[in-house]
Design a protein around this ligand. Structure first.
Ligand SMILES: CC(C)(COP(=O)(O)OP(=O)(O)OC[C@H]1O[C@@H](n2cnc3c(N)ncnc32)[C@H](O)[C@@H]1OP(=O)(O)O)[C@@H](O)C(=O)NCCC(=O)NCCS
Length: 147
């Protein structure tokens, strides 16, 4: 499995994964715009077949944010999500980011377990954050320099 930067030709396949992963997926044009404005955008591929992606950006001087992360249903639990987010965390560290945050649906247990396994913790519960009154957890990760 290889992780590399997103290329515009990956857009359709990334959108396929987005649609299978979220009840309210980003439109393909939105994914393109996120790339165009210069977000961090990585894909994971196996034999040239894209199986996951992560989109992230620097929110403030020393704060990073995960915008979206998803792995194709058929490739889950193979450490692909972990490798994508660890690569993003390494990139953030290179920019001296101290704290990384994200929002996740409170009912999305697989994602909450996943982020906890990486070292994220729940900061706060945000009521009615998503459509139809769905609550969110804001989760954070503190970047610690390795000695
Ligand atoms: C969340 C997601 C990205 C995880 O990707 P993944 O490649 O399957 O995750 P990994 O294989 O790296 O899992 C790492 C660890 O996370 C935890 N984990 C992952 N999925 C889990 C699940 N369904 N139930 C419990 N723990 C889980 C486990 O501790 C796992 O380690 P293990 O397999 O050795 O037990 C993936 O499930 C996904 O795309 N979900 C749909 C989209 C989504 O919810 N994205 C996040 C929105 S903010």
């Amino acid at each position: 499995m290889i992780i590399r930067e997103f290329r515009p030709k990956d857009l359709r396949r990334v959108h396929e994964i987005e649609k299978m992963s979220f009840s309210n997926p980003y439109e393909i044009e939105m994914l393109k715009q996120l790339f165009d404005i210069g977000t961090g955008f990585l894909v994971a591929h196996i034999n040239d077949y894209i199986v996951g992606y992560i989109i992230f950006w620097i929110k403030k001087e020393d704060q990073g944010h995960i915008i979206s992360l998803a792995v194709d249903n058929n490739y889950k639990r193979q450490n692909i999500g972990s490798k994508l987010i660890m690569t993003a965390i390494d990139i953030f560290k290179n920019f001296d980011i101290k704290r990384i945050s994200l929002e996740v649906k409170a009912q999305n247990k697989e994602a909450v377990y996943f982020y906890k396994s990486i070292g994220f913790f729940c900061d706060e519960k945000i009521l009615n954050y998503y459509e139809e009154g769905v609550n969110a957890f804001r989760m954070s990760f503190i970047c610690v320099d390795e000695f």
